[in-house]
Design a protein around this ligand. Structure first.
Ligand code: ZN
Length: 148
């Protein structure tokens, strides 16, 4: 993971400055709510970031309309990435919070073309809880969803 962290406030963070055209970027697409541009790190050729134009730190801070727009832009970009780079795989990655591996605290989604042996790894330590524990988690989430 990169060691770069940007926790600047709204209007001053690197992505707000990019949206405003105050810093250069290799733009791919934009619409009313979203902007897509090349990730400067290019984990694989064709690695694109889709961000909200409005400053919002995480998934929990964007509106439902922004969430829908981000996924629609990601799909459009993914189709273009597929057409241009023809990767055998493609991963979407969206990180929230420092512990969630977010490094720029302005909502964004990675569209990453994937290849065998490309060095990207996601540790996935399964815990496999008992069925009743799983049902307990689900019951608590259903209650939270029902509460609005
Ligand atoms: Zn921002």
């Amino acid at each position: 993971m990169p060691m770069f962290f940007d926790t600047s406030p709204p209007g001053q963070c690197i992505f707000c400055r990019l949206v405003a055209g105050e810093i250069p970027s290799a733009r791919v697409y934009e619409d009313a709510l979203t902007i897509a541009f090349m990730d400067i790190g290019q984990v694989n050729p064709g690695h694109v970031l889709v961000a909200t134009k409005r400053h919002a730190a995480t998934l929990l801070d964007i509106t439902a309309d922004e969430a829908a727009a981000v996924m629609q832009t990601a799909q459009r970009v993914a189709r273009a990435v597929q057409a241009v780079f023809n990767p055998p795989g493609l991963t979407l990655l969206q990180a929230n919070g420092r512990e969630g591996d977010q490094t720029v605290f302005h909502f964004h989604l990675h569209v990453v073309p994937r290849h065998a042996g490309d060095g990207i790894a996601l540790s996935w330590p399964r815990k496999d809880p008992a069925a009743e524990v799983l049902q307990g988690y689900a019951q608590r989430l259903r209650a939270a969803l029902a509460a609005g």
